[in-house]
Design a protein around this ligand. Structure first.
Ligand code: CA
Ligand code: CA
Length: 144
């Protein structure tokens, strides 16, 4: 079993979690991060598997977003739920993805995630603005 500490220090982990909190202040969307060393199957299929496993397919507005990272493979999949896919342009995640991968290319997983999450929050704001009756439907934590 791997642990978050295999990939991020405690302070890096806190920074990523703070970014999730901050992003979710802009949007009703729910962001989660899952890290593992390698993708054993096709990374997109793996992200879908985790999305369901983490109960992200069950948000009220179908607006969960998973950042799945195969850390040692430098692979990132950003997967949005059906509610997002329905309303956003096809290239919606591309700019976020580019931003993250640039940091990954320097080996900076933490900064990639922080910038990517904040950027995703900004993007989501347009389609899923934060509402006063919003609840935190999914825990703001990193799973491994
Ligand atoms: Ca929410
Ligand atoms: Ca949340």
């Amino acid at each position: 079993m791997s642990k978050v500490e295999d990939f991020l220090t405690h302070s890096e982990e806190s920074e990523v979690i703070d970014a999730i909190r901050q992003a979710e202040r802009n949007t009703s969307g729910e962001i989660r991060v899952h890290l593992e060393a390698h993708a054993e199957i096709d990374p997109f299929d793996r992200a879908v598997e985790l999305f369901n496993f983490l109960h992200m397919n069950n948000t009220r507005n179908g607006n969960g977003v998973l950042f799945y990272v195969a850390v040692e493979d430098h692979i990132l999949v950003i997967l949005g739920d059906r509610g997002i896919d329905k309303v956003v342009p096809e290239d919606f995640w591309e700019s976020t993805k580019d931003l993250v991968l640039e940091h990954f290319s320097y080996g900076d997983v933490k900064q990639g995630l922080v910038d990517g999450i904040l950027h995703a929050g900004e993007q989501l704001k347009r389609h899923f603005p934060y509402r006063l009756d919003d609840t935190d439907e999914l825990p703001n934590e990193i799973s491994v």
